[in-house]
Design a protein around this ligand. Sequence first.
Ligand SMILES: [Zn+2]
Length: 466
Amino acid sequence: MSGGSLTIRDAEVGGRAGQDVRLRAGRILEVGEGLSARGLELDAHGGALICGLADHHVHLLATAAEADSLRLADAADAAGLAERIRAWAARRPPGSWLRATGYHERTAGQLDRDDLDRLAPDHPLRVQDQSGGLWVLNGPALALVGAEQGPPCVERDAGGRPTGRIWRGDAWLGERIGRAFPPLARVGAALAAKGVTAVMDASASTGPAEAQRLAEAVRSGDLPLRLGLMSAGPLEAPADGAFSMGPVKVLLDERDLPPLGDFIGRIEAARGWGRPVAVHCVTAAELALTLAAFEAAGARSGDRIEHGGLVPAEAIPMIVRMALTVVTQPGFVFERGDRYRSEVDPAEHDDLYRCASLLEAGIPVAGSSDAPYSAADPWAAIRAAASRATRGGRALGLRERIAPRTALHLFLGDLARPGGPPRRATPGAAADLCLLKAPLATVLDSPSSELVAATLVDGQVIYEAR
Ligand SMILES: [Zn+2]
């Protein structure tokens, strides 16, 4: 419903204080001082009114599932890991699935089925690696999914026994475990509270069932946002616009890169569906293969490099020449920066999650969270992009620092044009808006989602701070 009129009073708009903004039929009707009273009113108390933020790369169903999972990212060591899993198992009826995420090898080394059997003998348990690409299952879980007869994603030891590790096997595991879709309302509310009005779901695993579930959540208001969906295969947007089609997602795995010819074939298939291509590129090898594939198949407007986790300087001119967009996650600098500093070759530190150098080269750069792999909070990402500070307070790639306002702009491009010009709250624009508690310069001095006062989509208030 977007028919009613709403007037926002005393907002800072486009750098001008004391503006009133009238919304009607889901659009900004007029902006000016002292607009006459008409319909509902919202007092901005001098805060800035900007367009709602877009998170250009998230995984909504995984983020929702996360809410029902045990987080292992902060388990300190093997004893801590064991304690967390035992306590979690004790609260769940024997035989029910346990799901844990965010595991990193530094905690207790690379896990296998036998390790997990010792920790949770009475529950089927699956533990996801922090990269998102690896699940480790214990014995009961392997039996339930039929791993003995499983596909090549099931790792086996020399004797052919499954080790418990399933590499990039989400689609197969989903089929075997059954897809009980998690509720999405919490995720929708959390995004709204951060001023987010649009998200692009970048999951390669999205098929018709996932798309339908997400569309239902948009229609019911559980996800009160503009939604775009990537998918690996063909998919059509519904007539009611519950979601729009994003690029075709190509998920690469450095351990098992596809032959160049196959990759080119996938790009050509996407062209047949009239869609651009977005490629997961975290490592330099993934990026090199991607650039070779785009070179051979021909890049077109809208093609994207997702993550850009490691971009060697010599790749930048190629990205420019092919007019590719980079959709990055500055939040990883904060969340994983301390680990990068100790584990990545210092000669490559400047290549990690580049930002300034890409923008200077003229490459369109967009911001995103990759939630649930980093926090679904664009303001935390804006802080990280502007400071390049790690959680431990160290600096990572200071050369890649950008101004806070530039960092905000990474999240203001249109969903269909990430890295494009920032949307502006001007008459005629969609009333997808973020009202802040202070003028923009004040907010950008210390960016925080705490400073979001209200969020509107299609002229409707979907979040209001208390
Ligand atoms: Zn992702």
